[in-house]
Write a protein that binds this ligand. Structure first.
Ligand SMILES: [Zn+2]
Length: 316
């Protein structure tokens, strides 16, 4: 989506897409308020239209409008949620908003918040889709850039029991498996082509989840302070404290998370993600490993002012 000039050497492998897609932004500004999952702070959230090639940029209006671009180089914390930090300005829990923006093809948007965390709402991407729908979508003259995976890149946990990889595919696909040693969750898998339609129908309403036994420990560390039975599926020893919306809501939420986390690439992506018991930390590791391995991908883009979408020429 973005002009990727921050990526050293990216321009060495540019190809012309068969059917270029225009970059998008919002038609108008929308705003709402909500509580952050981990900080517990009430935050006003505004989504504003932005120019082509500007990408998704978070703006801390309470900190002299300091800007934090939605890119992996600014990932500061990735344990329980994906959080960014730049120049002392933090933005916690960006993934559910980024997933909704990616799925709707909104490449450029200014996200203003007056506090440290994106509101959690119901723990899914549903409210963010509502906001995007309310704002409307506008096509821009510039075309999207897509990172096309040419060979597999894989990262795994130290023991090798959890991993995530991305491999070549004709589409952006996610194949996610979780395997929790808990009777109410167990082993679940979801595999799908991620399009706006499938994201809306299959993933967007899946909520974040946690185990009751972990909640007290998280709160002792100052986390999950804004969590409630409305913002997460809470799983007790013998039953749910808040019921799942669907039986496999847990793995669907993981797939939603990985869409949001991969948006930190700063490009559209074409490849198949296969994940097994991964989480935000491995998702971020994959994004970093992929960007480092220049031989593993090419960039497809088109230049709007050239007739016939002539091959863009690397100028690096
Ligand atoms: Zn999540």
């Amino acid at each position: 989506m973005i002009n990727g000039s921050w990526l050293p050497g990216w321009g060495t492998a540019i190809a012309e897409p068969k059917s270029p897609v225009r970059q998008r932004t919002l038609q108008r500004t929308v705003e709402t308020q909500g509580v952050g999952l981990h900080s517990g702070k009430l935050v006003s959230l505004r989504l504003l239209p932005a120019a082509a090639n500007s990408g998704v940029v978070f703006v801390r209006t309470d900190l002299e409008n300091r800007e934090v671009p939605a890119r992996v180089e600014w990932v500061a914390q990735q344990e329980l949620a994906m959080s960014l930090k730049r120049d002392g300005a933090q933005v916690l829990t960006v993934e559910h908003l980024l997933a909704a923006l990616y799925a709707t093809g909104v490449d450029n948007v200014r996200v203003e918040i007056n506090g440290p965390e994106i509101p959690v709402f119901d723990g899914s991407s549903r409210m963010f889709l509502h906001l995007i729908d309310e704002a409307g979508i506008k096509n821009l003259a510039a075309f999207q850039s897509t990172l096309v995976v040419r060979r597999s890149v894989r990262v795994e946990s130290p023991k090798g029991d959890r991993f995530i990889l991305i491999e070549p595919s004709d589409a952006f696909e996610v194949d996610y498996t979780i395997d929790f040693n808990h009777a109410l969750v167990g082993r679940q898998r979801v595999a799908l082509d991620v399009s706006e339609e499938t994201f809306r129908n299959e993933l967007s309403t899946a909520r974040t989840f946690c185990f009751l036994k972990d909640v007290e420990a998280m709160r002792a560390r100052g986390l999950a302070l804004g969590g409630s039975l409305e913002s997460a599926v809470v799983i007790g020893e013998n039953g749910f404290l808040s019921s799942p919306r669907m039986k496999d809501e847990f793995v669907r939420h993981k797939a939603l998370d990985v869409v949001g986390d991969l948006a930190l690439l700063g490009f559209r992506v074409r490849g198949r993600v296969v994940a097994h018991c991964a989480g935000h930390a491995l998702h971020a590791d994959l994004v970093r490993a992929l960007l480092r391995d220049h031989a593993a991908w090419t960039i497809e883009t088109a230049t709007p002012h050239l007739s016939g979408f002539e091959h863009a020429i690397a100028t690096a």
